[in-house]
Design a protein around this ligand. Structure first.
Ligand SMILES: [Fe+2]
Length: 236
């Protein structure tokens, strides 16, 4: 498993030392991702094993976690999961803990796939951030902003989208790209070196919203491979 190491020379990520610093540091004009780097104690594999098989995403409630028959190391992991959720809830957020075997895929992606396996920016209509932490399984992946190109800006892709839209490249077309989330998806440039969010680190990343002062943090879910351990992911 690749741990997170700050990509050399890339200045948009700041590593922080506490939850307080994670939630209070402003993105400002440079940073668009904060990483509270941690080595969490506990056996998260045991938690995932007890959650059992599924062919999609299972949201895990606190009550279910507390009812799992665990060894001491498994209980330590559960305590860590509950503490993170408590911290975020106390901050007015609504974290969700998911055990992920597989995400839904874009069935008929057309020129631009819009599922979470594609590099994308999260978005909202008002100021907001995304928090996420992978505790187990393959961690999320990030892409430097200067190694990313919006798929809708690639001439061949834009031409295909225009054909689908059936009109001119005008405000209505740009609205169509937005409504269908096409404008939120990015292609890595040929020499791009995506980075790994690592396990146990709690991230706060910038998203796309009107008036944001920084470009959004581009990220994706790793490929899910049948037979590989599921991911345990906190998100809000
Ligand atoms: Fe996302």
């Amino acid at each position: 498993m690749t741990p997170f190491t700050r990509p050399p020379g890339y200045t948009r990520i700041k590593v922080v030392d506490s939850f307080h610093e994670l939630i209070t540091t402003p993105f400002g004009s440079s940073f668009n991702a904060f990483c509270w780097k941690r080595k969490l104690p506990g056996n998260f594999s045991e938690v995932v094993e007890h959650l059992g098989a599924s062919d999609g995403i299972t949201t895990v409630e606190d009550s279910r976690l507390l009812a799992l028959p665990m060894s001491a190391a498994g209980r330590v992991a559960i305590e860590a999961l509950l503490i993170d959720q408590r911290l975020l809830r106390d901050h007015g957020l609504a974290p969700v803990l998911d055990c992920i075997h597989c995400y839904p895929r874009d069935e008929d992606p057309g020129p631009v796939a819009t599922d979470v396996y594609s590099f994308h920016a999260d978005s909202a209509t008002v100021e907001a951030d995304t928090y996420l932490c992978t505790y187990h399984g393959a961690p999320s992946e990030g892409l430097h902003n200067d190694e990313a190109q919006r798929r809708v800006d690639i001439p061949e892709t834009r031409a295909e989208l225009l054909k689908l839209f059936g009109g001119d490249d005008n405000d209505d077309f740009r609205e169509y790209l937005k409504e269908n989330c096409y404008s939120l998806h990015y292609a890595p440039v040929p020499q791009a070196q995506p980075f790994c969010f690592g396990l146990g680190n709690l991230w706060r990343i910038a998203i796309d919203y009107p008036g944001s002062s920084v470009p959004p943090c581009i990220h994706r879910a790793p490929e899910t491979v049948p037979g590989q351990p599921p991911r345990l992911l906190l998100i809000c």
